[in-house]
Design a binder for this molecule. Structure first.
Ligand SMILES: *Cc1c(COP(=O)(O)O)cnc(C)c1O
Length: 429
């Protein structure tokens, strides 16, 4: 019997009792490539992108994938081919874009701590825009560009100070965090930028946070940004584009974020009502493009019953999938073989690492035996990309599923890969 797709995961479903992503049986991938294993659905990523593309139909717009969410080369290649630009936060990410065949002129460079070296690298590559986050950075960028005989295209990241009390998920658009230029300093900063010889003012930018599940904070931020655009242009400085950042949430556990096209219908109506509908628009979505396109497969190693808790010890750990440890984040965990009725227990699902923070899920009702395979859901964003090799655990392989085809897009790392760059000291004589 086939049951419908799992909530939030339109391409993940059970067929004949076996979990499949698109047309590929996940247990077959685990048998072939081992665990832990990341598996992504190409269709899920393209569907998520299509919702934004529908939302912007007929508008001047660019979707810059915030690649820190998942920067595997094949995923960048997919988004480049689908017409995306990229939001990068380091020189390393720029190298990845170029290696994946991305067009540097579609790249915007965000982040509060760009080094002079990264600025030079990005200027030489010809990126589309620097999203500048402080007045000090403006001065440095201008001098770096001047030394190269160039003018750096800039947009200034403004901090719209959207009220966190009513919208608790917003964490980067408030006074008191390190991002962006405070509202009251924005005009002076634009005046300074326009006067610097190494800069060319292109746009304005904001990014108010992540995993946002309501439209209201976006609408509030849009109003504030449009007020600023009015004031900046009244001062004689042209703003070619408005970049509204990323941040749209996904369904991890019954979260109900607006669909990207519905959200943008609302935002564009607001923009039109303010007579700004024909502006060049940019956005920087990350999580909402890839988060629910991926799963992490893991094998149950041991069951450890206890007086207070039962532990289900699996072969994936916080180094592979750090969100639960870092944010106490919830990820759904489901068996690859459909559950046998009546054998369930409540488990904390934990990894092998020597830290109590090494857990993937708490108090999960599962029917499992050692050797069973589980899928950790919503693992496409900020999972593999945040992974480490803590405990000298090699990073998992990654697979991109496309219909009934499965492409290996990252080989499993070897332990010798991990310590290749390390050196012993010369022996004492
Ligand atoms: C992280 C980040 C994004 C993407 O955020 P998501 O929540 O993944 O959509 C976009 N812009 C900037 C500046 C970021 O730092």
């Amino acid at each position: 019997m086939n049951i419908p797709p799992l909530p939030g995961h339109p391409h993940l479903h059970y067929a004949q009792g076996q979990l499949q992503l698109e047309g590929v049986r996940l247990a077959d991938l685990a048998a072939r490539h081992g665990t832990p294993l990341y598996v992504y659905s190409r269709a899920a990523m393209l569907d998520a992108l299509a919702a934004y593309q529908r939302g912007f139909k007929g508008r001047k717009a660019r979707i810059c994938y915030a690649m820190k969410a998942n920067s595997s080369l094949a995923i960048l290649q997919l988004f480049a081919q689908a017409g995306c630009g990229f939001d990068i936060v380091s020189g390393g990410e720029l190298e990845r874009v170029l290696a994946a065949g991305g067009d540097p002129s579609t790249v915007v460079f965000s982040g509060v701590g760009k080094t002079r070296g990264e600025m030079r690298q990005a200027l030489k590559a010809g990126i589309g825009c620097f999203n500048v986050e402080s007045e000090a950075e403006l001065e440095v960028l201008s001098s770096v560009a001047q030394a190269l005989g160039l003018r750096a295209p800039v947009s200034i990241r403004v901090n719209p100070n959207v009220d966190a009390k009513t919208h608790p998920y917003i964490s980067t658009g408030l006074k008191g965090n390190k991002f962006g230029i405070a509202h009251e300093r924005v005009l002076a900063t634009y005046r300074r930028a326009a006067s610097l010889p190494g800069l060319h003012v292109k746009g304005i930018d904001c990014h108010i946070g992540s995993q946002i599940t309501e439209a209201t904070p976006y609408l509030d931020a849009m109003d504030r940004v449009l007020d600023l655009v009015q004031a900046i242009e009244a001062a004689g400085i042209a703003i070619e584009h408005i970049d509204f950042g990323g941040g749209l949430g996904i369904d991890y556990q019954g979260d109900a974020p607006p669909a990207a096209d519905a959200l943008w219908a609302q935002l564009l109506a607001r923009l039109d009502a303010r007579g700004q509908g024909d502006r060049m628009l940019m956005i920087e979505p990350g999580r909402s493009l890839v988060g629910n396109a991926g799963v992490c497969l893991t094998e149950v190693l041991y069951l450890k019953p206890g007086e207070q808790k039962n532990f289900c010890i699996v072969d994936a750990a916080m180094n592979d999938l750090p969100r639960p440890m870092m944010y106490e984040a919830f990820h759904g965990i489901v068996p690859l073989a459909q559950q046998r009725a009546g054998e369930t227990q409540v488990y904390d699902v934990v990894g092998p690492i020597c830290e109590s923070g090494d857990w993937l899920g708490r108090e999960r009702t599962l029917a499992v035996q050692p050797g069973d395979l589980l899928a950790v859901l919503s693992a496409g964003a900020y999972c593999s990309a945040m992974g480490s090799t803590y405990n000298t655990r090699a990073r998992p392989a990654e697979i991109l599923v496309d219909g009934s085809a499965a492409h290996l897009i990252r080989e499993r790392e070897s332990v010798s890969d991990i310590f290749r760059s390390e050196r012993l000291v010369p022996a004492k004589i």
